[in-house]
Design a protein around this ligand. Structure first.
Ligand code: MG
Length: 294
């Protein structure tokens, strides 16, 4: 862990009036972070040297965000129960809202693979109450992980074995897919772990196994660094695991962490969403995240 952090660097609080901060994504060209404040139905944007503004005051209770290969913001929306893309002209495109003729539950987190396909999780958190979306009965038979081909709209359920699939990320070589399961939120004995799968031909997964159990709290969202270490949210800060699943250490954060992303001009700054706040801390390694062109 000593090689992964910088001892003289401390945690900075960049913003602090969210109800539930989630979904941080870093846009390199404008050196800014966008993230969701789900209950407040807004997407915020923090710009180095300027501060925070509201990017969207009607975000459809957006949750997870990411940047695609062309630098466009891709978001999971609870209220519309859809995955959407913010185009360069500011218009919004719905990429996926249904599977097998039925509405999705409430897309939660999303990642774009280097081949342009969009992978996202679809638990029910956004339709359980009116707080983070709108209460509704699920139409799907379960909570799945999907692979979406944005050009054609083709959508496939690639994982059907999880209780509440939540965060997800690829290994730097994209040979492995990590997906967290936060089922303990609604089942006393439910899962609070990250699973890892091997990719088959880049489009299917196999060899499902538990990568790491996370406690206290849950592994809501997570990212990998350049060496394949997994940096995950938890109830007591950011926990870091080696590619083999060995616990390496922790960055203490004073609020429960929901998600994080690497960013900054050198991709060596960790931006952390945690309950009411956006935090940042410089670390000793770079994120594996492919840098956006935007
Ligand atoms: Mg999440």
């Amino acid at each position: 862990m000593k090689d992964l952090v910088i001892p003289i660097c401390h945690l900075e609080r960049l913003f602090d009036t969210c109800l539930w901060a989630e979904g941080p994504a870093y846009l390199a060209a404008s050196d800014c972070v966008v993230w969701s404040d789900i209950p407040n139905n807004r997407i915020l944007q923090w710009v180095e040297g300027l501060g925070t503004r509201t990017l969207s005051a009607a975000s459809n209770h957006a949750n997870g965000n990411t940047i695609d290969g062309e630098g466009r913001l891709v978001s999971c929306e609870h209220l519309s129960r859809a995955v959407t893309r913010r185009e360069h002209d500011g218009t919004r495109t719905v990429l996926a809202s249904h599977f097998d003729g039925k509405r999705l539950n409430s897309p939660n987190d999303v990642v774009v693979k280097s081949d342009g396909t969009i992978w996202f999780t679809d638990p029910t958190y956004g339709i359980l109450t009116d707080y983070e979306g709108e209460r509704a009965d699920p139409e799907q038979d379960g909570c799945y992980v999907y692979r979406l081909q944005p050009e054609t709209g083709e959508i496939n359920a690639v994982i059907r074995t999880m209780v509440k699939p939540n965060g997800l990320a690829f290994s730097p070589d994209e040979r492995r897919l990590y997906v967290s399961d936060t089922g303990v939120s609604h089942q006393t004995d439910g899962p609070h772990h990250i699973k890892v799968f091997d990719l088959v031909a880049g489009e299917k997964v196999q060899n499902e196994r538990v990568f790491a159990e996370i406690a206290p709290g849950v592994p809501d969202g997570f990212r990998l660094d350049e060496f394949g270490n997994v940096w995950t949210s938890s109830g007591n800060g950011v926990q870091v695991f080696s590619p083999e699943g060995e616990f390496l250490g922790r960055i203490a954060v004073p609020e429960a962490v929901s998600n994080l992303t690497f960013g900054g001009p050198k991709n060596n700054r960790l931006f952390i969403t945690a309950t009411t706040s956006l935090y940042a801390i410089y670390v000793g390694v770079r994120g594996s995240t492919r840098r956006s062109a935007f």
